[in-house]
Design a protein around this ligand. Structure first.
Ligand SMILES: NC(=O)c1ccc[n+]([C@@H]2O[C@H](COP(=O)([O-])OP(=O)(O)OC[C@H]3O[C@@H](n4cnc5c(N)ncnc54)[C@H](OP(=O)(O)O)[C@@H]3O)[C@@H](O)[C@H]2O)c1
Length: 428
């Protein structure tokens, strides 16, 4: 008879609890699907006697996750503690050193140490799977590594931080300021302990770095992600972008261009009628484009107990079935050093500025754009407030360097008040 596959679960918080629930509730279904029972041998967390809403009495307990990772009766080490360094990394390294396969939801650890961990795993004949680390319940890692493996990937795009999408759509829906919605999100417990991970785009950039590695066969390089958060987005940007037919999203984009690999996580305008534009609340969406398949859009819950545990268990069942895929879709030693693009692909830009409400102000602004080689596609001026008038400009495609040059020239005029806002418009 086939031996049960035994899990050692480190971390019994939101995700760990969800994994235990699935193992307990779906034991028969899982065994039918894989031909092998999946059992939990032992667990670890910081505090032993905590009510976790699931029974863990039947499982052995380890105070130290590294000791759990080394146990003889553990076949798969399931790391659900979080944190890029410390216990999570030490325990994953220990598991690999002891020949265990690893399933993790830890994007921070993999975005920073994915290459060395993947190399160690392959040397030891182990696999590391991390579906839950990217876009929660959406099986995007599997789609890229397996279903689309016959494609040259042309672009990966995604809204992969539900908290940011909640903040942006709530600002628009309720007409509230960024600060007001940020405070709401904090009160609802939506924000990480360090909010910069969410609103600074870091969490989403970790995920994008992982997808980029799989999509383009490059070593994971978190530092190569050009990163900008949503902290500077104002309600005026949101309302006026909507007026022009756009929505603002914290959008990750990875694409290979003639100038190298372009990887950025930043606020972008997308058409309001596009699937990305219609994405509401904390939901995630990943758009994959391949030369043969065309465009695929995947939408679903990017976080939460059930969706994240679903992704963890998908990986566990793969291992139970004997599916063994390299961490980033090809042997770690064959992953190339990423060649970062020195300039980004030209795009249309949305510019919002306050002009002095006096004759010649628009002409001076248009001249600054023209001198920088940026041409105007659409322009809208709103009713003036006191002595200033808000002006919106959508440019034709321009290089970011030319837009920055135009902004510098505008600052030198005596008609632009404060710093104009420039946001890229992404073609979908
Ligand atoms: N929550 C989500 O929706 C979600 C979505 C995608 C990915 N993830 C990722 O999944 C992982 C877990 O997230 P989570 O939301 O489940 O976190 P969580 O609710 O904060 O739970 C973390 C668990 O790890 C345990 N832990 C922390 N440090 C430990 C240590 N040094 N030794 C032993 N146990 C330790 C904690 O123990 P105590 O309970 O005793 O404190 C807790 O049980 C993270 O990498 C996160 O980024 C989460």
């Amino acid at each position: 008879m086939t031996q049960p596959l035994r899990l050692g679960i480190a971390g019994l918080g939101t995700v760990g609890r969800g994994v235990i629930r699935i193992v307990q509730d779906h034991a028969a279904l899982i065994e039918k699907r894989t031909g092998r029972a999946i059992e939990i041998a032992a667990v670890s967390a910081r505090t032993r006697d905590k009510d976790r809403g699931v029974s863990i009495e039947a499982y052995e307990w380890e105070d130290d996750p590294v000791a759990l990772a080394r146990r003889e009766d553990v076949d798969i080490f399931v790391e659900l503690m979080g944190g890029s360094e410390g216990s999570a990394k030490a325990a994953v390294e220990a598991a690999i050193a002891h020949g265990k396969d690893v399933v993790t939801a830890n994007k921070a650890m993999l975005a920073l140490h994915g290459q060395s961990l993947a190399e160690a795993a392959e040397t030891a004949g182990c696999v590391i799977r991390f579906e839950a680390a990217v876009a929660g319940g959406i099986p995007v890692v599997k789609a890229l590594t397996e279903g689309l493996a016959g494609n040259a990937v042309t672009r990966v795009m995604g809204v992969m931080n539900g908290t940011c999408n909640y903040i942006l759509t709530r600002m628009e829906g309720a007409g509230l300021t960024y600060d007001a919605v940020f405070a709401e999100a904090e009160a609802l417990g939506y924000l990480e302990a360090d909010p910069a991970l969410d609103v600074g785009g870091i969490d989403a950039a970790h995920k994008l770095a992982l997808l980029t590695s799989i999509a383009y066969g490059t070593r994971v390089d978190f530092d190569a992600v050009a990163l900008e958060g949503i902290e500077r987005i104002s309600i005026a940007d949101i309302e006026q972008a909507a007026d022009m037919g756009y929505r603002i999203k914290l959008l990750g984009v990875a694409q290979r261009t003639g100038r190298g690999l372009e990887v950025r996580m930043s606020p972008c305008l997308v058409p309001a009628s596009s699937p990305l534009g219609q994405l509401e609340g904390p939901t995630n969406m990943v758009v994959l484009e391949g030369d043969s398949v065309g465009q695929i859009v995947m939408r679903g819950a990017g976080a939460g107990e059930g969706p994240t545990a679903s992704a963890v268990m998908g990986d566990v069942l793969d291992i139970a079935r004997g599916t063994r895929v390299s961490t980033f879709g090809q042997p770690a030693a064959s992953l190339a050093e990423p060649q970062a693009a020195t300039v980004t692909t030209p795009a249309a830009f949305y510019l919002r500025m306050e002009l002095q409400d006096k004759p010649g102000a628009l002409a001076k602004t248009a001249m600054a754009l023209g001198e920088a080689g940026v041409s105007i596609n659409r322009m809208r001026q709103y009713d003036h407030v006191d002595t200033t008038a808000p002006v919106l400009i959508v440019t034709h495609k321009a290089a970011r360097a030319d837009i920055d040059d135009a902004l510098r020239r505008m600052a030198q005029t005596d008609v632009v008040i404060g710093d104009p806002v420039a946001i890229r418009i992404e073609e979908i």
